[in-house]
Design a protein around this ligand. Structure first.
Ligand code: DGY
Length: 323
């Protein structure tokens, strides 16, 4: 540990306690070892009473009760980009810095959105299941038909970093891009992406595929409820790699069974890890276990960014990626 760090009341002999709710790579442990002592992931909640820093994930609710049990906390380094599980206002009120991990997971998540989109549109899971079941008896002219993408319209709901990365990849598939976002893109970026900003109603009416990339807030919760789903194009496809509660899963199951949707691709769920039983029994929805950012390189980069934020704050510097 560096000797030049300001020692605070409550810091242990070996510097401030850094609680982590998940296993960290050696590189991150090395970095954190320069500014304190890492506790966890086993028993990390027990370390909160002493902890000056917490590295946590989307499965850890950081609310007033947790903060109450962590009176010395100076930073919550959320090692994912979404932060709907962190009570940011309560942290701020206590002077606790909150950080997240933007940028480092943008490409991986955009790639997974495209993987889901392609899988849903071309019905890949159904075709694969059929082959494994011994039903592939040779090439069939009319077998396993899905839809194409060229010339069709990709609608993006939420044009932040990941939405834009998804839009950038649309040109390669010959799709036109429309988007609905609270904030318009700067004109030059809109031009570069060849993307048109539209109202929510137009997004629903014009998108052949709609991909969700908005954060979960009180305004976006159930944005894709029964009414919105009913206004989507007949035969359209919904992809969600953002947050499950953007979509009303019961209504989605109905829209996939009775129309207007042809298919959906989901990586996130309303009540993770539960998946609505109505979705589980449908063949036209591709279901993944929240793996948007799950590449080795990306997860390492996320852990490192969280560790760097802790290192900065405990060394008396500003955080790299504050919320
Ligand atoms: C996030 O970062 O918010 C994702 O959901 C996990 O990659």
């Amino acid at each position: 540990m560096n000797g030049d760090l300001t020692r605070r009341h409550g810091d242990t002999e070996r510097g401030p306690v850094i609680a982590t709710s998940f296993p960290l790579p050696d590189e991150a442990l090395g970095l954190l070892g320069e500014v304190g002592t890492v506790a966890g992931p086993h028993g990390w909640r027990d370390a909160l009473g002493e902890a000056a820093a917490l590295l946590c994930l989307l499965t850890d609710t950081v609310d007033a009760a947790l903060l109450e049990s962590a009176p010395r906390l100076r930073i919550v380094a959320n090692a994912v980009v979404g932060f709907n599980h962190v009570d940011v206002a309560a942290c701020r009120a206590r002077g606790i810095v909150v950080t997240n991990t933007p940028d480092v997971l943008t490409a991986a998540t955009a790639e997974l959105a495209w993987a889901l989109l392609l899988a849903a549109v071309r019905r890949l899971p159904q075709a694969e299941r059929s082959l494994r079941a011994g039903e592939f008896h040779g090439w069939g002219f009319w077998d396993y038909l899905g839809d194409g993408l060229e010339g069709r319209t990709l609608g993006i709901y939420g044009m932040g970093r990941i939405g834009r990365a998804v839009a950038r990849r649309a040109g390669g598939f010959g799709m036109r891009v429309i988007y609905h976002s609270r904030t318009p893109l700067p004109a030059d970026e809109e031009r570069a992406l060849d993307a048109e900003r539209v109202s929510f109603g137009d997004l629903l009416a014009r998108g052949d595929v709609i991909s969700l990339h908005a954060p979960l807030t009180p305004e976006t919760r159930h944005a894709f409820g029964r009414d919105a789903l009913a206004r989507m194009r007949p035969g359209s496809v919904l992809v969600n790699t953002a947050r499950g509660p953007l979509v009303d899963e019961a209504a989605l199951a109905d829209a996939l069974r009775d129309g207007p949707l042809a298919a959906a691709g989901l990586d996130v769920y309303e009540h993770e890890p539960a998946v609505h039983p109505g979705l589980l029994e449908l063949p036209n929805v591709v279901l993944l276990p929240h793996i948007g950012s799950a590449t080795r390189g990306t997860r390492t980069a996320m852990a490192m960014l969280a560790a760097r934020n802790v290192h900065a704050v405990l060394s008396g510097h500003p955080p790299l990626t504050p919320i």
